[in-house]
Ligand binder design. Structure first.
Ligand code: C2E
Ligand code: CA
Ligand code: CA
Length: 919
């Protein structure tokens, strides 16, 4: 029976903890990624900006350098054309071209040539025809572009030609260098400087100096150089030609880097070409001739048609960014992995801790359940575990056996489904259970086969691992109920005839009187006394007497209506109660009929016996509405019938006071009996059944009447009760008995004394004090005194009786229930009384035989289960003694051992070790 309720909570906590952890991790991831992205973006911007600035600066620098170079060359050329010496030499050479004069010119030009590292300087006439050249031996036809030459001469302007191809072998004329390889085409450019008469530009042009410029000397190296090593960066000089562009310097990324390559910039995206066509300068992102994304910068070279393009692959620019991104990615991954790992480890640890706690708890629960299981599984009672809705959730073996349901089916029921309770009762018990710790009640239970059995249910709350549950301990009280029923029946019936007894007829009479008054009818009581029955008993023996009584009882029972009651009142007296009588004539005929029935012969062992009966009749409510009085009146009438010669019947009449007179007399005498010392206490020994050893005695009153002789307590105790004299007499008897016992205890220190307590005494408020006083006065130890109480006495008001009994036992005395089984006591109350002993009534002992000892056995068993001592009263024969011994009854009193006797006789008896008759 284990399934922890709070496991759900912790499992929930656990899963929510997991969720929180995942959320934290998720947030951390986002944070790290976001900051990485921001950082990346920032880096990207910075890098790109730096790259743009660098590129722009570089472009401007190079463009300025190229512009500078051009400017310098023009200044240089102008200076040369203004050189007087050269001009004079040229003038003189034009008049007479002698080698000498030519040499003179050459000498003047050579320094300029070596400064400039040009291929050659050519001198032309005013029409542009070459006259002589200095420098490499070159083909003047191909190396001079005539168009710009003419333009320069016409415009009187120093001018650069375009760059142009020159085909053919140039080896050998390369000034200052000697290339081993052979170039088939070369690019050249001319710088043309017109010569003026007297060096004055306002004068006529006399010729021109044409510088054969080698771009590979300055421009190409300038373009191909880069301040830092870069795998993709390049700068190119470009010129616009109509709607296409011309790359003047070699492109680094071409398969064969050539100069003067013409190209049409592709449309649709930005490229350096498209920028130049649009004559736009500046830095931008676009695509180059390879269609590769580049960061490019365009700058126009001052005073020239040239544009300088510098560019670098975007990939290269962004390379550090990729590195940063990679580092960032690695860092972020590392951070996240570390954080994740730490979280995981922490989580694992938490989980391990939780698991450990959980299993420990689980173990505890299991141990608890196991213990509960072991406690209940094989218990003798039925144990059901019920949830707060009343649903059965577990049952022990005994319950399964008893109900006869398979375990699964039993668990489909609610506890109340098994109980024979009304909804109202159910609600009541349920409310009680909710309000208190537990509830105890008796009910009937249904078995699977539909049969029922009585139980006592003890339901209480218990705390198990599943929470608050109800444990119902269900005790099968069939045996107890049966015993109770049997005792109740026994209490109300005469054991010999099976007829209702005095107690039952009393009850019925009470009801009948009330009913008669209500219905304005009559209840009639007939008291039948068998005439001279004592004779039969004395001459033929009790056994015969008993058989006659049984036969007559049967006859009378058969003759009466169902509504009428016939009861055995005492030895040979019967009471007949007739209810709902309107005509007394009916009573007369019934009385006659009963007389006849009795007088019909009884045949026993072949012998015929004839009896007669005298009947006294009293009528309620006419004569009285008191039960006792009605009986007494019937008794009086019966005496009158006897006086009239027996075998007749008499209705009671108020003048029938003969009996009443006798009673009055007795009452008067009784008051004086104590003073006249007519009262005597007799003692009847109580013995150990097997050994016959005396363990105590019961004190029994006797009245030595001067005229009537020894009067039995049965005759005067009821009267003493009624008049209250019993209190005085009772106290005297108690003192007497205690005093006597103390005397006997000199030789028999453990001798006990049992004294009877009547109802009137029991109700006396001073009872406890009186007893205490008597004990003090006589010096008897309280534990040696036992008071005998009757059941009916206790049942009047159970709670008051318990209270009083508790006070009595506090004194130290013991309590016995007298005549046990003849009064009605609910056995459920019995265990509430603080009693020590049950006295089996002598009627049970009397009627006991080998195959009819049920009641005695029941009482003995009951005594054992309630942990009470048992003593049997009225043991008259050895057979009864043997039977009681077999049944396990340890003590007894009765005529078999001794009649109640005078103290002197008792003293004698005490001297013997055993009072068993045949020892
Ligand atoms: P009890 O308390 O049940 O006393 C036992 C009665 O059974 C006694 O009758 C006793 O003589 C009788 N008895 C004892 N052994 C046998 C036996 O083997 N066979 C038969 N047939 N009878 C036996 P007793 O002495 O006539 O007393 C009658 C009742 O009077 C007592 O019944 C008791 O209830 C009451 N009684 C006697 N003495 C006192 C007393 O001092 N105070 C009070 N309040 N009541 C007393
Ligand atoms: Ca008694
Ligand atoms: Ca008794």
């Amino acid at each position: 029976m284990a399934s922890p309720a709070n496991h759900h909570d912790t499992a929930y906590q656990q899963s929510s903890g997991k969720l929180v952890l995942l959320l934290v991790f998720f947030c951390l991831t986002i944070l790290v990624c976001l900051s990485a992205a921001v950082f990346y973006d920032y880096q990207k911007k910075t890098i790109s900006e730096a790259a743009q600035v660098n590129l722009t600066m570089l472009t401007n620098l190079k463009a300025r350098q190229v512009g500078h170079w051009r400017h310098e060359r023009i200044i240089h050329a102008r200076l040369l054309t203004a050189n007087r010496d050269l001009l004079n030499s040229i003038a003189s050479f034009s008049t007479q071209r002698t080698p000498d004069r030519a040499n003179h010119i050459i000498q003047s030009l050579t320094p300029a040539l070596s400064d400039s590292e040009d291929h050659a300087i050519v001198l032309t006439d005013a029409l542009g025809k070459p006259i002589l050249s200095v420098g490499d031996n070159i083909n003047l036809e191909t190396h001079i572009d005539p168009k710009p030459l003419i333009m320069a001469l016409e415009r009187h302007q120093v001018m650069f030609s375009k760059l142009f191809h020159v085909h053919g072998n140039t080896t050998g004329y390369h000034h200052g260098h000697s290339h081993a390889d052979v170039h088939t085409t070369h690019v050249h450019m001319n710088l043309i400087a017109p010569l003026y008469r007297d060096g004055n530009p306002t004068q006529e042009v006399v010729g021109a100096l044409v510088f054969i410029v080698n771009p590979e000397q300055f421009l190409v190296p300038l373009m191909t150089s880069w301040p830092v090593p870069s795998p993709s960066a390049e700068s190119i000089l470009v010129r616009k030609v109509d709607d296409s562009i011309l790359r003047l310097t070699p492109s680094r990324h071409m398969v064969s880097p050539e100069m003067l390559v013409s190209a049409k910039p592709p449309k649709g995206y930005e490229s350096p070409g498209s920028r130049i066509l649009a004559e736009k300068e500046g830095v931008f992102l676009g695509y180059d001739y390879r269609q590769v994304p580049v960061l490019a910068s365009v700058k126009k070279v001052d005073d020239s048609p040239w544009y300088l393009v510098a560019k670098i692959d975007k990939n290269e620019v962004m390379a550090p960014l990729f590195r940063i991104a990679a580092i960032e990615a690695v860092t972020a991954t590392l951070i996240l992995a570390t954080a994740g790992l730490m979280m995981l480890l922490w989580w694992r640890r938490q989980q391990a801790l939780y698991q450990a706690g959980y299993y420990q708890q689980q173990l505890q629960h299991q141990m608890l359940s196991q213990r509960f299981d072991n406690l209940t599984r094989f218990a003798n009672d039925l144990v059901l575990l019920v949830d707060a809705e009343g649903q059965i959730i577990d049952a022990n073996e005994r319950a399964l056996d008893t109900y006869g349901y398979p375990e699964g089916e039993l668990k489909t029921f609610k506890l109340k489904d098994l109980c024979d309770l009304s909804q109202q009762e159910c609600d009541l018990f349920w409310e009680q259970l909710k309000a208190e710790q537990g509830v105890r009640f008796e009910t009937m239970q249904f078995r699977h086969d539909g049969s029922t059995f009585p139980v006592e249910i003890n339901a209480r709350w218990i705390e198990l691992d599943r929470g608050h549950l109800i444990q119902a301990i269900i005790r099968d009280i069939s045996e107890r109920k049966a015993a109770e029923d049997q005792l109740i029946h026994q209490a109300y019936h005469d054991p010999l005839t099976g007829l209702p007894n005095r107690l039952l007829i009393n009850d019925r009479l009470k009801l009948a009187i009330a009913k008669a008054r209500r219905h304005k009818t009559q209840a009639v009581l007939l008291l039948l006394d068998l005439d001279r029955f004592k004779n039969i008993n004395d001459t033929l023996g009790h056994a015969v007497g008993d058989r006659i009584l049984t036969t007559l009882a049967l006859r009378m029972q058969e003759a009466l209506r169902d509504t009428d009651t016939v009861a055995r009142f005492s030895g040979d007296e019967f009471l007949v109660l007739l209810e709902d009588i309107r005509e007394l004539s009916d009573v007369v005929s019934l009385a006659q009929k009963l007389s006849e029935l009795v007088s019909q012969p009884v045949i026993i062992d072949g012998e015929e016996m004839c009896l007669t009966t005298s009947i006294g009749i009293s009528v309620a409510p006419e004569d009285s509405i008191e039960v006792d009085q009605l009986i007494r009146f019937a008794d009086t009438a019966m005496y009158r019938a006897k006086e009239k010669g027996r075998n007749n019947f008499q209705f009671y009449t108020p003048d029938m006071n003969a009996h009443a007179g006798r009673r009055l007399q007795l009452e008067n005498n009784l008051r004086k009996a104590l003073q006249r010392q007519e009262m005597v206490v007799y003692y009847q020994p109580q013995v150990e059944m097997d050994s016959g050893r005396i363990v105590g005695s019961e004190a029994l009153l006797r009245w030595m009447h001067p005229e009537h002789g020894l009067i039995s307590p049965s005759d005067f105790i009821p009267l003493a009760e009624e008049t209250g004299v019993i209190e005085e007499i009772g106290a005297w008897a108690l003192e007497q008995a205690c005093q006597q016992t103390v005397a006997w205890q000199k030789n028999h220190p453990e001798l006990k004394i049992a004294v009877n307590l009547s109802a009137r005494q029991f109700r006396n408020e001073n009872l406890v004090d009186d007893i205490e006083q008597i004990l003090n006065k006589t010096g008897l130890a309280a534990r040696h005194l036992e008071m005998e109480l009757t059941e009916s006495l206790l049942m009047e008001d159970v709670d008051v009786a318990i209270d009083l009994m508790n006070r009595l036992t506090k004194l130290g005395i013991t309590l016995a229930i007298d005549d046990f089984g003849t009064g009605y006591s609910s056995l459920s109350h019995l265990n509430r009384f603080p009693i020590d002993k049950l006295k089996i009534d002598r009627s049970f002992v009397n009627s006991m035989s080998l195959d009819n000892c049920g009641i005695a056995r029941t009482i003995i068993t009951l005594g054992r289960t309630l942990d009470l001592s048992i003593i049997a009263e009225g043991v008259e024969t050895d057979e009864q003694r043997q039977l009681l011994l077999q049944l396990g009854c340890p003590q007894a009193q009765g005529y078999y051992f001794s009649r109640p006797i005078h103290d002197n006789a008792f003293s004698e008896m005490l001297k013997k070790p055993t009072i068993l008759p045949n020892s």
